[in-house]
Design a protein around this ligand. Structure first.
Ligand SMILES: *Cc1c(COP(=O)(O)O)cnc(C)c1O
Length: 355
């Protein structure tokens, strides 16, 4: 105890439990939507006595080319998570402004808002999917940032670009629509990136953590109009990206590496179809949310099956969704990892028969 009083919003915080923070023991990790494809890298550096380029030109060039936007529309961050934080710090005034989110969704929007004393207008995925744009805009109220996770983690739901555009149009001059495209490589053609050219209040968040298989590197990008990015550039740390990170990121964005990433995505998308088939065939799975992304979220008939999986070293991510605690998100791993999921699903059955 330091006896130093904490701000009220900090006092109330619960530590964010990321997929990696829990001290789990396991052999098969399908709980953090990581890629199963690890690359071996060896590199040499002779310039680490110097500060890095604040926005490494080679990486900005390469990502702009890949995303088909101008370099001026790209800001490199420490993961998409830093993008979320920068937007909140730049555009929201503590104890006054709010953000809108559509739950169930990615947990970091709420965590980051809470740490910065920004209120949350919690709307639902059902509203986002079903309400017309006028109704939605009314529900969004005076929120400054509207987070549309697309595809949505953990439901896989996807809003068409036309809907995001209509929303951005209605919110012009009032709010920014943040399209979190952490999983967009798994359904490339559905990107909203074109919207940043038409709407100065749309920002797209990207990452190298998922399809690019570099979660350990901590690299993300914000794609937006120059006008939207200008104040963020004033807020971001002076040297956010280390020389080491920049050099590795550049190797992930060569045309060969992008081709390889796309090949891996097709393999993972195929593997996902197979997994969904197994889940559909299992009598212990009562619902499957199979949308886009390298994960499938499902409801079990009994959450005890998760405990059984853990005992086998198979780590997946349990969720409380729609008020029920028997949901599970499975990341798409390699063939051998998914084989373990298949075996587990069969063993649930065996246990049930014995009982
Ligand atoms: C994984 C994830 C992120 C975080 O990405 P990092 O670049 O690793 O910080 C952001 N948004 C969503 C929806 C995610 O699932």
């Amino acid at each position: 105890m330091t006896n130093i009083a904490l701000p009220n919003n900090i006092e109330k915080l619960k530590a964010y439990s990321s997929a990696k923070s829990a001290k789990l023991t396991g052999t098969t990790w399908l709980n953090a939507n990581e890629s199963p494809y690890a690359r071996v890298l060896e590199m040499r550096f002779d310039n680490l006595n110097r500060y890095p380029d604040p926005q490494p030109q080679a990486v900005i060039d390469a990502y702009a080319g890949y995303a088909m936007v101008e370099q001026a529309n790209v800001l490199m961050t420490r993961g998409a998570d830093e993008g979320i934080e920068l937007l909140i710090r730049t555009y929201c005034e503590p104890a006054k402004d709010s953000i809108a989110i559509f739950t169930p969704t990615y947990g970091m929007y709420k965590v980051t808002a809470d740490t910065h004393n920004i209120a949350i207008n919690e709307l639902s995925q059902a509203q986002l999917a079903n309400d017309d744009v006028d109704t939605l805009t009314a529900a969004i109220g005076d929120a400054k940032l509207v987070f549309v996770c697309n595809p949505n983690n953990p439901t896989g739901a996807m809003q068409p670009a036309s809907k995001v555009a209509a929303l951005a149009d209605k919110l012009k001059g009032r709010a920014i629509v943040v399209v979190d495209e952490a999983y967009i490589e798994f359904c490339e053609e559905k990107t909203c990136v074109e919207l940043i050219k038409e709407f100065s209040n749309v920002v797209v968040l990207r990452t190298l953590s998922k399809a690019f298989a570099l979660a350990g590197l901590r690299v993300g990008f914000m794609l937006a109009s120059e006008a939207l990015l200008a104040p963020v550039r004033k807020v971001i740390a002076p040297y956010p990206v280390s020389t080491v990170v920049a050099q590795i990121a550049a190797t992930a964005l060569t045309s060969d590496a992008i081709t390889q990433m796309r090949r891996q995505v097709s393999i993972l998308n195929l593997a996902k179809k197979k997994l969904i088939q197994w889940l559909q065939d299992s009598e212990f799975v009562s619902a499957i949310l199979c949308g886009e992304g390298n994960f499938v979220t499902l409801q079990l008939t009994d959450k005890q099956f998760v405990v059984q999986a853990m005992r086998q070293g198979l780590i997946m991510r349990p969720f409380v969704l729609f008020g029920e605690d028997n949901w599970l998100r499975i990341s798409i791993g390699n063939e051998q990892e998914l084989k373990q999921v298949e075996n587990w699903l069969k063993q649930c059955q065996v246990t049930e028969e014995v009982l």
